[in-house]
Design a protein around this ligand. Structure first.
Ligand SMILES: [Zn+2]
Length: 131
């Protein structure tokens, strides 16, 4: 089904390509994609007999939010693996100028922002960002 251009309830316009839903701040799909990816990671680790928890209590990055997950046993060199998932929309208005001139620009920008948020936890964990 091809969507008809209309105004989203967030106030932005939606075109016939329907890309707005990927980055809409009120889209429920963003949260389900994010939690589905995290659940796949946690279940994959469990299959490999590595217990892990999602949104662990007691760990906070620089903005006060919790990471998406952490292994409960050491991953490497006695250090647990900490991960965070980011779903970037390369067509979002905030990224479109950079992504039209450089492949991976949105992912690079998101990675840099996440690494800054995890600077306070970086030395205690192996940090893995998934985009
Ligand atoms: Zn919207």
């Amino acid at each position: 089904m091809i969507p008809k251009p209309h105004r989203c309830h967030c106030g932005d316009s939606v075109d016939t390509y329907g890309h707005h839903g990927l980055s809409c701040s009120t889209s429920a799909g963003r949260f389900s994609r994010h939690s589905t990816i995290n659940d796949i990671i946690r279940r994959s680790l469990a299959t490999a007999h590595v217990p892990a928890v999602l949104e662990p209590n007691g760990l906070a990055r620089s903005d006060g939010k919790r990471p998406d997950g952490v292994t409960l046993i050491p991953w490497r060199l006695g250090t647990s693996l900490l991960w965070d998932v980011t779903c970037v929309d390369t067509l979002a208005a905030s990224h479109i100028q950079a992504t039209t001139s450089m492949v991976g620009a949105a992912a690079t920008s998101a990675e840099q922002a996440k690494r800054r948020k995890y600077e306070n936890l970086d030395s205690s964990f192996i940090f893995c960002l998934l985009e």
